[in-house]
Design a protein around this ligand. Structure first.
Ligand SMILES: Nc1nc2c(ncn2[C@@H]2O[C@H](COP(=O)(O)OP(=O)(O)OP(=O)(O)O)[C@@H](O)[C@H]2O)c(=O)[nH]1
Ligand SMILES: [Mg+2]
Ligand SMILES: [Zn+2]
Length: 308
């Protein structure tokens, strides 16, 4: 019997069969998948085969995992050579960001976009809390929207609190499997509560938000969207790690650079000080923004420090 994994709580998983009936599932023995060293072989979003273990307790055994269309991982906090698979079989990723209380940095957004490119998942950026934006933030939003839309990403502005722009986001969610991401305090749980009125996810009250990541939720979990589709909440996961991206390939994950790479004079060009660099030329002509180029340089530098 086929089922989809909705939640992992360590050794037990919550799965649903094709008719929407839920079970408690576990694996017996060891699974090795994709040759990847992973401490959790099964992820939210996985399609699995199940066999009834105990009808009374509604428990099943997972006997097989179907090949994943795609998946995202993060580095284990304890061991940087180990990766956790967070979720699989995604249609798109939705980054929640804010320009005020708290402010999401461009570097954070760019890292998220690079991870999405590397995992082959289309990305959408949503700037929440628009009710707090004044002239300065509105201008910043327009600037970022223009920059990211030119590269090919979808950018929206919403206020969950004032219920502005939320409908449009719902349309993007419809019939898709969407990974919800974003750092603490940007309004992810508030957003989920607004589309699942019965859910009552815990949100942080404003007074308790100190600016430092204080996480109110801890397990990745998938929810059926009432109007069609699925959404995966990834609480407590601050940043998708730049898993196994080498310095050489980094520019492939900047769509605006990817187009030009073959025009560089050297085929191993890192787009720093090499002569005949098409990327640097595009920066000086303004077709690649200085902001994105600087982001590229910063991230390149951080890969160097991790000595991949
Ligand atoms: N002004 C304003 N505040 C909002 C909006 N959306 C959410 N908030 C507030 O922002 C705070 C944080 O919201 P949460 O929904 O808990 O944020 P989260 O992204 O789930 O945070 P973590 O669970 O820590 O990752 C809460 O006090 C919300 O009430 C909005 O559109 N405008
Ligand atoms: Mg939350
Ligand atoms: Zn170059």
């Amino acid at each position: 019997m086929k089922a989809t994994v909705y939640k992992s709580t360590g050794s037990w998983y919550q799965v649903k069969d094709e008719k929407g009936k839920g079970y408690n599932a576990r694996i017996l023995g060891k699974f090795k998948i994709d040759g990847l060293t992973s401490t959790n072989p099964i992820a939210v979003g996985d399609i699995v085969n199940i066999e009834m273990e105990n009808e009374l307790e509604n428990s099943v055994t997972i006997t097989e995992i179907e090949d994943r269309k795609n998946y995202i991982t993060r580095q284990s906090p304890a061991n940087k050579h180990q990766h956790h698979i967070i979720a699989s079989n995604l249609d798109q990723s939705l980054l929640f960001a804010t320009l005020k209380d708290p402010k999401t940095s461009q570097g954070f957004i760019d890292r998220f976009l690079i991870s999405s490119e590397a995992f082959h998942i289309p990305a959408i950026i949503v700037f929440n809390k628009s009710d707090l934006y004044r002239k300065k933030e509105e201008e910043k939003f327009e600037e970022l929207k223009d920059m990211y839309e030119t590269i090919g990403y979808t950018v929206k502005k919403i206020s969950v609190e004032k219920n502005e722009g939320v409908k449009e986001i719902k349309e993007l969610l419809k019939d898709n499997v969407t990974l919800l991401s974003g750092h603490s305090g940007v309004g992810k749980s508030s957003f989920l509560n607004s589309i699942f009125p019965d859910m009552n996810l815990k949100t942080q009250d404003v007074s308790g938000w100190s600016g430092k990541g204080m996480h109110t939720t801890t397990f990745a979990e998938m929810f059926d969207v009432p109007f069609g589709g699925k959404i995966i909440d990834t609480p407590g996961i601050r940043e998708l790690g730049l898993v196994d991206i080498s310095k050489q390939e980094l520019s492939h994950y900047f769509p605006e650079m990817r187009l030009l790479i073959n025009d560089c004079q050297f085929n191993n060009c890192m787009h720093l000080n090499e002569p005949g660099c098409a990327v640097k030329e595009a920066v000086s002509e303004g077709t690649i923004t200085m902001e994105r180029y600087l982001s590229y340089c910063n991230i390149l530098d951080s890969i160097e420090k991790k000595s991949y």
